[in-house]
Design a protein around this ligand. Sequence first.
Ligand code: PLP
Length: 309
Amino acid sequence: MIKIKNSPVSQIDFFGFDLLIKRDDLLHPDFTGNKARKFAYFLEKDLGDIDKIVSFGSNQSNAMYSLSVLCKLKNKKYEYYTHHISSFLKDNPVGNYKYALNNAMDIKLYNDCPYSFLKNNRNLFSKTRKIGKTLFIPEGGRCETSRYGINQLALEIINYKKIKNIKDLLIFLPSGTGTTALFLQKSLLSNNDNSKVLTISCVGSKDYLKKEFYSLETDNAYHPKILDTKNNYFGKLDCQLYKFWIELQKETNIEFDLLYDPIGLKSLFEFLKNKKINPKEKLMYIHQGGIKGNESMIQRYKRKCYENF
Ligand SMILES: *Cc1c(COP(=O)(O)O)cnc(C)c1O
């Protein structure tokens, strides 16, 4: 059985600021990032008579790919529903889509979906559900089972603080559904750790992310702090962000993901420039993986931004 615990921590110079990077991109060659944390529960648990896993979402999502790895490792069938697959993508598979197909993903359209709760009410679907021998997992692992692996992440961070004698830690990570940030803050507090989690919404407004937090946890004492931002349009190509991503790589020698990290690290940089961070407070950024998805993003960015540089 593979182990996904204990990712290393890199200490880097981030445009003049000291930054610790929790390298969840290095958890395991195939099963990495926050999706590996979210799905660790299913990796470690005996899945009993379950013979198929079903999930849904975008046709390039990191969760889609990670579940294909999980199903391969656990020898389960894998069915995935999405809105649309362009004929260009079908003819030229790339990125997460390509690698998930290589792992025997059976990808279908919602129109052809026999499960009405996925076809019509998938936004409300936020709990794993077992029907017969099929296990249904909500989009992006936005469900309670994700707490298990994210708690392991919290324990690793607490242990790192002990070893390095760090008293005050500010942890920053960019959010999609906010599941990782929320469960991380909750696990830290539940383990009597005082680290603060700070995040930013990459897929919608600050209010959208707050609502996501409330849907997962009604007690807002557990909610991470959300940085202000102008609305981000998720997945929309922004040549400035691409340029920043290239600079990041030169500056840090680390490959970050192209969907969340440029937004996250750019806001972190602004935050550091504008606010005086307590000198005693250490700062840690969580690298949440997603590198497989860069292949398709780079292709799109090169087409769009080539003439700009
Ligand atoms: C899924 C993902 C996120 C967002 O995680 P949430 O728990 O939905 O907030 C961020 N970064 C990467 C690389 C991801 O794959």
